[in-house]
Design a protein around this ligand. Structure first.
Ligand code: PEP
Length: 253
């Protein structure tokens, strides 16, 4: 059985005071979501604060990005080893906002994935199509290409220690969610791609859905066979919403 995971991507939002209030509320309600995994991904400036505040709780800390290089001459970048040193257990790689605004290509994302794993972090690999790609009917080939870039660099066994997030770009921060059926179709396709190379890895792989997940739509998404949780942006900044999403994950487990 795949344990459900809800991961909150705070993006470029938060201050020490609001972070503390949010984490206190998540911890206060821990009994309601116990049994599922909950990770939060604050901006890197707050990783140490968050790691300190979640100590002794079941909340895990993830970073939002990592360098594809090791320690050294990369001004402004943060290495995987530094993230581990700051208390991270996971890191998001290939988020569509990095692919779009940071112009990250598949090969760069794959290098980040590999560097994260080498350091002992769990990469959360984001894949997803734009609206134009969905309308052109190329969703399947886009997400397969994004996944393949990682598989070619690291091999399929690397996915045994990773998480994949299907995030249709048109659903991120737009309030427009993929229907559970649309999401399930892509999740099943991704799992089948992995299964062609290793059935055991595919059946253990957690594939999260991301894109305007809220307490109201989470139960229907989590009811789908291949949806193992959610990567949540906006709603993860609201403790009540995020706890309700985690409760829905627990109920679906
Ligand atoms: C995200 O940023 O990964 C995301 C899914 O955002 P939102 O939930 O706000 O659509």
């Amino acid at each position: 059985m795949r344990r459900k995971l809800v991961a909150g991507n705070w993006k470029m939002q938060g201050r020490q005071e609001s972070n503390a209030a949010l984490l206190q509320a998540l911890r206060l309600h821990e009994a309601e979501w116990a049994g599922v995994d909950m990770w939060v991904a604050p901006p890197s400036t707050y990783l140490l604060q968050v790691a300190e505040m979640v100590r002794g709780s079941a909340i895990g800390v993830a970073a939002q990005d990592v360098s594809g290089a090791g320690d050294g001459a990369r001004t402004g970048e943060i290495s995987a080893g530094m993230l581990v040193d700051c208390g991270c257990k996971a890191v998001i790689v290939g988020h569509s906002e990095r692919r779009t605004f940071g112009l990250e290509l598949d090969g760069v994302v794959a290098e980040k994935f590999a560097k994260a794993q080498e350091a002992g972090l769990v990469p959360i690999l984001c894949v997803g199509e734009t609206l134009a790609e969905r309308e052109a009917g190329v969703t399947a080939s886009v997400v397969q290409r994004q996944l393949d870039a990682v598989l070619q660099l690291t091999g399929v066994r690397a996915l045994a220690q990773a998480v994949v997030a299907y995030e249709p770009v048109w659903a991120i921060g737009t309030g427009r969610t993929a229907t559970p059926e649309q999401a399930q179709e892509v999740h099943a396709l991704l799992r089948a791609c992995v299964a062609r190379e290793d059935a055991a890895v595919a059946s253990g792989l957690r594939i999260l859905y991301g894109g305007s997940v809220k307490a109201a739509n989470a139960p229907a998404l989590f009811a789908m066979a291949d949806i193992d949780g959610a990567l949540v942006g906006g709603a993860s900044l609201d403790a009540g919403e995020f706890v309700a999403i985690a409760r829905a994950a627990r109920a679906a487990q």
